[in-house]
Design a protein around this ligand. Structure first.
Ligand SMILES: Cc1ncc(COP(=O)(O)O)c(C=O)c1O
Length: 431
């Protein structure tokens, strides 16, 4: 069938790749568009950071210093290398090593194992491309960070999941899963294990120190035909409001070849810089670099020079300390509002860091995008992330529909409290 212009109708003239079709649209982007287009809607959905605390003065100071001298300005305005600015990588490696209680050079905390990315999301995507073929198996938490799930859908892999408790990923359940996969002959296909080890998106839960050790030990000894790569996504590590920092999972990897550590400037500094970094095993770093070469042959050199100045001038550390104070107040106000406004039967995790509060409603109250609760909340002018978006599609596990993710990152405290109040009204109306 042709229309008068001679074009075929009834089907698209485009012939997208299998990969493009299976990637599909991210369910969450529709919600984000909605949130951003309705200024009166209080959105506790987006994982944005606070506008008011964005480091305007710090970035201006670092940028002024960078551009003040023609030589450094020209270096920043030229192309850089695929792997990333060496001086920045040195600083970032020293930063992670210090957090973990090591010196640079020990345990593979080395700049030649680091690749800088356009956000840590790019590095997650590149890791998928480097490691995964369709039909491979990736293990991740139930629930997990949903944009990584988009990358996994694109890769065409099977997700298998492990539940979380107060100490994060349940390593006992992981051991059971490994046994099951080995005995059904699928052990060989397990390539990657993903964990957000600090203040996970969406639950706010962290992997405890003893679980970190148990996880590394288990993966080394699980009896799998080949060890999967552990990807530790530490996006929220520095946004801690209670207690002391815990050494990373990466710090327990004596060779530095088993655990990948991913960090980002997005949450502790400025997402607009879209700067992420990964510390990889030696061979993996090379492979990620090769693929990144094909993607973009290097992230923004200007942003990397800026980040280097920010670190060198001590502006990063200063900003993170202020940010912690500010987010702690927001976290406290959010939790206090929940205590006041939520009816009996609603529970939540008290997050010691990060940007999210994870709510469990009675099982009878569905929270999905077509649920009565969601519609009622939106009609009252508040938006949340339905928890079901955060559960990977595991063929062996049903997706629950009674969770909610709230973000306290963006908007004034008054608006956050008002948002929680409206949600409380909507929940009561649905009980
Ligand atoms: C757990 C986690 N990892 C990675 C990212 C990606 O951040 P970016 O690509 O901006 O570094 C996010 C963003 O929300 C996140 O929540």
């Amino acid at each position: 069938m042709s229309d008068p212009s001679g074009e075929k109708t009834g089907h698209s003239p485009l012939r997208p790749s299998v990969r493009s079709v299976r990637t599909g649209a991210s369910p969450i982007s529709e919600m984000m568009t909605r949130a951003l287009s309705e200024p009166d809607l209080i959105s506790l959905a987006a994982g944005f950071v606070d506008y008011e605390t964005l480091p305007v003065a710090e970035v201006r100071e670092a940028m002024d210093a960078l551009l003040a001298e023609a030589g450094s300005a020209r270096a920043a305005l030229q192309y850089g290398t695929t792997r990333g600015l060496p001086a920045l990588r040195e600083r970032l490696v020293a930063h992670i090593a210090k957090l973990d209680g090591f010196d640079p050079g020990e345990r593979g905390y080395a700049a030649d194992r680091m690749v800088v990315g356009t956000g840590s999301q790019q590095l997650l995507y590149l890791l998928c491309e480097v490691l995964l073929d369709p039909g491979d198996i990736v293990i991740l938490g139930h629930p997990s960070y949903f944009v990584f799930m988009d990358a996994l859908r694109s890769a065409g892999v099977t997700c298998r999941t492990v539940p979380l408790d107060d100490e994060g990923l349940r390593v006992d359940a992981l051991a059971t899963l490994f046994d099951e996969l080995c005995s059904s002959g699928q052990g060989e296909r397990v390539k990657l294990l993903y964990t957000v080890s600090y203040f996970q998106n969406p639950t706010g839960l962290s992997l405890s120190a003893s679980r970190r050790r148990a996880l590394v030990n288990l993966v080394q000894r699980a009896g799998l035909p080949a060890q999967p790569v552990i990807v530790e996504d530490a996006a929220y590590r520095e946004l801690r409001y209670d207690g002391d920092d815990v050494p990373s999972v990466r710090s327990l990897d004596t060779t530095g070849d088993r655990v990948v550590y991913l960090g980002t400037f997005s949450k502790p500094f400025a997402p607009g810089m879209k700067l992420g970094y990964g510390l990889f095993g030696r061979e993996l770093a090379g492979r990620v670099e090769q693929l990144k070469g094909a993607h973009d042959f290097g992230s923004s050199n200007l942003v990397q020079h800026l980040a280097h100045r920010v670190l060198e001038m001590g502006l990063y550390g200063k900003h993170v300390a202020q940010l912690r104070e500010s987010y702690r107040r927001r976290r406290d106000a959010t939790v206090a509002a929940l205590e006041r406004e939520m009816p009996d039967g609603v529970r939540w995790v008290h997050p010691a860091g990060g940007l999210y509060v994870w709510l469990t409603l009675p099982e009878s109250v569905e929270t999905g995008p077509t649920s009565t609760l969601f519609e009622t909340s939106v009609s009252k002018g508040m938006l949340y992330v339905p928890g079901e978006f955060c559960f990977p599609e595991d063929p062996a596990v049903a997706t629950p529909h009674h969770y909610i993710r709230l973000s306290f990152g963006v908007g004034s405290i008054d608006r956050i409290v008002e948002g929680v109040t409206r949600l409380g009204e909507a929940v009561r109306a649905c009980l």
